[in-house]
Design a protein around this ligand. Structure first.
Ligand code: PLP
Length: 373
């Protein structure tokens, strides 16, 4: 059998990610590959750093793009900063908080786990109590936007609490970056990671990361080597900084970084606050249409992520069959429920390029027809 080129059917991606990629980003991806130490490429990497500083609202010198997906951004934060003797307060209100616990435990450190119900934000009261009960905690770690449930947590308040107790913060912003308000410096976030494939309208596989000067200080005072060679940021630093002189660490995903650059240029053109407002406006339109169909949201309005709408599967509707109809008849992907919400919820993403009138209209019309409404 001769295998021929792969041509995927174009889909509208309205699940939990990857989300729709902007045509501008796809064009950038196809530009000629050049050497990753070529001065032109190094210049572009510098632009990626300053564009990421804008997206994160930070002046952190150490703001880079890890050459791997969001999970690698998560590991980058934990593996560089957390040492076996450290205690970490980890907030779990969905799948990705659970992964943070895994990271802490695999490093031989102690995780103090605070559980909140799925679909609820991280409880500020519980975190206040945990910080009081564990004055020796070195870190507070939480997920800003829980993609598994659609709940937004109050990162500003949580970071202020951590600072009062002299704990560093590790924040998951995979789904929040570019979609909802996020201010790294103003809120005092110490280590943050995101993903290219959500609200940035970019292809998957890159993880923006930023460390505050306090985080860099913690890294520089480590007892031993960072236990991962690839993610050791003391080595990666020499690749992402240095006045025009860069030393080889690994081969950067050159074309994917063109794509990230283009998506960040688009974000700058639109304006960060306008991008947040666009996600909110599209969420309002989707909500109005879903409400008309009698479809209810899982998360309270006050903590609802505009870019990830978790809704109750209507009674009598066959979860897999409806999602199959949307995919096969409308080329539209929405997400299934994850973990505790499997079989009970759908996750409708309005992330990045998918947060547009056309996508919302398609989703509402397709759902209406598939549900026979
Ligand atoms: N954290 C959150 C909140 C996510 O939503 C995801 C992916 O969906 C990740 C981490 C992991 O990112 P990736 O799948 O790019 O490795």
């Amino acid at each position: 059998m001769t295998i021929s080129s792969f041509h995927p059917t174009p889909r509208t991606l309205m699940g939990p990610g990857p989300s729709d990629v902007s045509p501008r980003v796809l064009q950038a991806l196809g530009r000629p590959t050049i050497g990753h130490l070529d001065p032109e490429f190094v210049g572009m990497m510098d632009e990626v750093k300053s564009l990421l500083q804008y997206a994160f609202q930070t002046k952190n010198e150490f703001t880079i793009a890890v050459s791997a997906p969001g999970s690698a951004g998560m590991e980058t934060c934990f593996v560089n900063l957390v040492e076996p003797q450290d205690k970490v307060i980890v907030c779990v209100n969905g799948v990705f908080g659970m992964r943070m616990v895994e990271n802490v435990e695999r490093l031989g450190a102690t995780a103090v786990v605070i559980n909140d119900k799925w679909g609820h934000p991280v409880s500020v009261d519980k975190v206040t109590q945990a910080l009081q009960d564990h004055p020796d905690a070195k870190f507070l770690a939480f997920v800003h936007a829980e993609t598994s449930t659609g709940a937004l947590s109050d990162a500003k308040t949580l970071c202020a609490l951590a600072q009062e107790h002299d704990a560093l913060t590790i924040v998951d912003a995979v789904t929040s970056l570019g979609g909802v308000e996020l201010r790294v410096d103003e809120w005092g976030i110490d280590a943050i990671y995101s993903g290219s494939q959500k609200c940035l309208s970019c292809v998957p596989g890159i993880s923006p990361v930023s460390f505050s000067p306090r985080a860099i200080e913690k890294l520089s005072q480590r007892d031993g080597k960072v236990p991962s060679w690839f993610l050791d940021q003391t080595l990666v630093m020499s690749y992402w900084s240095g006045q025009g002189k860069r030393s080889y660490h690994h081969t950067a995903p050159v074309n994917s970084l063109y794509a990230l650059h283009e998506s960040l240029v688009m974000l700058q053109e639109e304006g960060l606050e306008n991008a947040w407002a666009r996600h909110q406006a599209q969420h309002e339109k989707l909500k109005a249409g879903l409400t008309q169909m009698g479809i209810e949201f899982i998360v309270d309005a006050a903590h609802r992520l505009p870019q990830l709408n978790t809704v109750v599967i209507p009674e009598g509707a066959d979860d897999a069959a409806i999602r199959g109809t949307l995919l096969n008849d409308y080329n539209l992907e929405i997400g299934a429920g994850l973990g505790a919400l499997a079989g009970k919820a759908w996750r409708i993403g309005l992330m990045g390029y998918a947060a547009r009138n056309e996508s919302v209209a398609l989703c509402l019309a397709a759902l209406k027809s598939a549900l026979g409404k």
